[in-house]
Write a protein of this length. Structure first.
Length: 343
C-alpha cells in the first residue's frame, strides 16, 4: 500500500493510457494541462488575503451572478492553459456566454476533445476561507475532425463523458477524477508540485446519515423534498440524520463521496428548473458519483441521461449514497402521486 500511495498522478495516467482505445496520448496530455492550471489556481487561492484577489470585479456572468476576482482569474488560467497547450478544439465555461472555438491554429480543428468547466465553484466562500473547487468534464467531439466545433459538440448527454473530475482547494489541494473505470483521488505535495495517489478506488457508502441542503429555502421546496427532510429529522433508532451544508458543491459532494451522504439542490418557486448547471456541475459530479457506486438524479431521471438543450441549462440535482437517493426519489414520487389524486 505504501508504494501505491507514493505513485504520482503522471505515473497513474501513463499506466492507464491503454484504457483509452481511441486515444493516442491526447487525453493524458489534456489531463496534465488541467493539472497545470490547477496548480496555478491553488497557489493563488492559498494567497487570498495576502494579495489583491478577493472581492467582486463589478460584473456579472451569463448566469446573472456577481463575479469574484478569483472567478475571473481561474477562468482565464484554465482557458489560456488549454489553448496554449493546443490540445482541445473547444472550451465551454460557466463564466462565458458562449463556447470558445480554438482559432488561429490549424491543428486546433484537428483535436478530438472539448472541455466544459466551472473554473471556481463556491467562490462566494473564498473570503471566509472555506474550501472551493474546480469542476471539469471532457467529451469527444461529434463534429468532423478538421472543422470548427459546433454547439452539438457541447450539448451531449453525460453518458458520453470520457472523463470528469474536480479539484478541491482546501486544507490540501486534491484532484478526484474518473475516466469511467472507477474514481481515484490525488493530493498535491506543494513542496514539489506533484499530485500523489492518496485515495485509491474511492467508493461512496450505499447508506449514510448525512444530508446536505440549504434549508433556508425549505418553504419553497417541492412537497416530496420537504417530506424527506422531515424523515431525516425524525427521532428513530437510526435517525435523526446529521445536516452538513457548506454551500460549495465540490466540498459537500467530496465529503459525501468519502463518508457517505446525500446532497440536493431542488427546484424552488424562484428557480423552478433548479439552480445548478447541468453541463458544468451536475454531469461531471454525477459521473464521478456513479463511478464510485452512488447515484445522481433530477428527482426522477438519471442525470447522465438528460439530453441538454442549451449551454447553461439548469436542473434540480440529487446526488450521493445510492440508497439515500432512492429513498428521496420515493418521497418525491409519492408526494406527486398524492397531489394528482387530490386534484
Amino acid at each position: 500500500m505504501k508504494n501505491i500511495a507514493r505513485k504520482t498522478l503522471d505515473e497513474f495516467i501513463i499506466e492507464r493510457q491503454e484504457d483509452f482505445k481511441y486515444s493516442r496520448g491526447e487525453l493524458s496530455r489534456l489531463l496534465n494541462s488541467i493539472l497545470l492550471a490547477a496548480r496555478v489556481v491553488s497557489y493563488k487561492v492559498n494567497k487570498a488575503g495576502l494579495v489583491d484577489i478577493l472581492g467582486a470585479v463589478g460584473t456579472t456572468n451569463v448566469q446573472g451572478e456577481d463575479q469574484k476576482k478569483l472567478d475571473v482569474y481561474a477562468n482565464n488560467v484554465f482557458i489560456q492553459t488549454l489553448i496554449n497547450r493546443e490540445i482541445v478544439c473547444g472550451i465551454a465555461s460557466e463564466e462565458n456566454d458562449n463556447f470558445i472555438t480554438i482559432e488561429g491554429l490549424d491543428e486546433g480543428h484537428n483535436n478530438k476533445y472539448v472541455v466544459l468547466m466551472d473554473p471556481l465553484d463556491g467562490s462566494s466562500n473564498i473570503e471566509v476561507n472555506v474550501s472551493v473547487g474546480t469542476i471539469f468534464s471532457i467529451y469527444r467531439r461529434i463534429s468532423p475532425i478538421g472543422s470548427p466545433v459546433t454547439m452539438e459538440d457541447f450539448l451531449q448527454p453525460g453518458v458520453n463523458q470520457v472523463a470528469a473530475g474536480y479539484i478541491i482547494y482546501g486544507t490540501s489541494t486534491m484532484i478526484v477524477y474518473t475516466t469511467g473505470r472507477g474514481v481515484n483521488g490525488f493530493t498535491l505535495n506543494p513542496a514539489i508540485g506533484s499530485f500523489y495517489l492518496s485515495h485509491s478506488n474511492m467508493r461512496c457508502p450505499k447508506n449514510a446519515n448525512i444530508y446536505s441542503v440549504n434549508e433556508g429555502n425549505y418553504v419553497h421546496f417541492p412537497q416530496g423534498v420537504k417530506d424527506y427532510i422531515k424523515y431525516c429529522q425524525e427521532e428513530k433508532e437510526d435517525r435523526p440524520y446529521t445536516a452538513r451544508y457548506i454551500g460549495s458543491l465540490v466540498s459537500d459532494c467530496h465529503r459525501n463521496l468519502i463518508t457517505g451522504g446525500i446532497y440536493f439542490y431542488p427546484s424552488t418557486h424562484k428557480a423552478p428548473k433548479g439552480k445548478l448547471r447541468l453541463l458544468y456541475e451536475c454531469n461531471p459530479m454525477a459521473f464521478i458519483t456513479e463511478q464510485a457506486g452512488g447515484a445522481a438524479i433530477d428527482g426522477h431521471n438519471r442525470i447522465l441521461e438528460i439530453q441538454p438543450q442549451e449551454l447553461h441549462q439548469r436542473v434540480p440535482f440529487y446526488c450521493g449514497s445510492l440508497n439515500m437517493v432512492k429513498k428521496l426519489k420515493d418521497f418525491i414520487e409519492r408526494a406527486e402521486e398524492k397531489e394528482k389524486k387530490d386534484k
